[in-house]
Unconditional design. Structure first.
Length: 85
């Protein structure tokens, strides 16, 4: 179940980032007249979009590898400290 939830959240995070990049591109296209500025802005938006998607995937992968909550970590620490008493 956690795997399904992981990919569901990942999919929608990626979709939200891509929609933001597309909307930003459309706004910049409508407001710019100079071709060079237009291409620079699109490259910047593309770079931001790709970076955001990669960061989301990276963070989600790390969370999937270490799925511990704060409560689980605290319980393990109290168990360890109880063992040394």
């Amino acid at each position: 179940m956690s795997g399904v939830l992981f990919w569901f959240v990942m999919y929608y995070e990626v979709v939200i980032v891509l929609v933001g990049v597309i909307v930003g591109s459309v706004i910049i296209i409508k407001r710019m007249n100079d071709d060079q500025l237009h291409h620079t802005a699109l490259k910047l938006l593309l770079a931001v979009g790709i970076t955001s998607v990669l960061m989301n995937i990276d963070v989600a992968y790390i969370k999937s590898q270490y799925p511990q909550t704060q409560a689980e970590i605290l319980k393990k620490l109290t168990d360890i400290s109880a063992a040394y008493k």
